[in-house]
Design a protein around this ligand. Structure first.
Ligand SMILES: [Zn+2]
Length: 257
């Protein structure tokens, strides 16, 4: 690619639908059990049915996700693992990794970034999926810093002198071709989930401790999917912002891509 084409690619808005449709391996880094199911469950179900391998990495233990004072955090953390296992089964996600940072207390650290870089170097995914850390007004630290740490890990995983202990152990640096953000306010890619919307709803309802009224949640998910679907003229869709690692550093155009 010549300089001019490269520059054009860095500043031009485009859809990356084929990046997801052709992915063979996706590493999905989420703050809590259920976030990826909400943000991308229909797409994940669609891709696993086509043979794509999806790995979930959940950063926190979900221990505070309840309004019930008599539900002990330690007990809730155990229940949330079971609920995510059930939901993952419905969506066709076969591998779940838990980093067990304390729910609501996730802050950036080199330790966490190193763990994510290691997972990228081990799993070598075509796409890293995570929530968009630049969602305006997002206050939850687990969400802000999961997306940010995942993006930093994508940026640095090809550099052999970042976490060189991995390289000494025999892992190789790895360049992730694309990062895909869900829960984004600046989507550039829509995926038709009309055939998997029911699986998405079923998976989300498996998170029983998080659902007070299953019917209400189902109709909200349907209404939301329908609204997003209007962008590409389908019944139901999910929205993503997909970028390359080269968009993630000193590119003033990235926000609008
Ligand atoms: Zn969450």
């Amino acid at each position: 690619m010549n300089q001019e084409d490269y520059f054009k690619r860095m500043i031009t808005r485009r859809s990356y639908e084929e990046v997801l449709e052709k992915a063979k391996k996706i590493l999905c880094i989420q703050p809590h059990a259920d976030d990826a199911d909400f943000g991308a469950g229909g797409t994940i179900a669609k891709l696993t049915r086509k043979g794509c391998e999806v790995v979930y990495v959940t950063l926190t233990d979900d221990r505070v996700g309840t309004f019930k004072q008599d539900l002990w955090p330690e007990k809730l953390a155990i229940i949330r693992v079971k609920e995510q296992e059930r939901a993952a089964e419905i969506l066709g996600v076969k591998r779940l990794i838990w980093l067990n940072y304390r729910d609501s207390e996730l802050y950036p650290s080199l330790e966490l970034r190193g763990k994510l870089i290691r997972l990228i170097r081990e799993i070598r995914p075509d796409v890293v999926m995570t929530n968009d850390p630049w969602l305006p007004y997002e206050v939850h630290p687990d969400h802000r810093y999961t997306g940010l740490m995942a993006a930093e890990a994508v940026l640095f995983s090809p550099f052999p002198h970042v976490n060189p202990e991995h390289i000494r152990e025999g892992l190789k640096p790895f360049y992730v071709p694309h990062i895909c953000f869900f829960f984004t306010h600046r989507p550039n890619t829509y995926i038709d989930i009309s055939e998997t919307i029911n699986l998405k709803i079923k998976a989300i309802l498996a998170h029983k401790t998080q659902i007070e009224d299953a019917e209400r949640v189902s109709s909200l998910l349907r209404a939301y999917g329908k609204e997003v679907g209007k962008n590409i003229g389908v019944d139901y869709a999910e929205a993503f912002k997909i970028l390359t690692p080269r968009h993630l550093h000193v590119n003033p155009f990235t926000e609008n891509l």
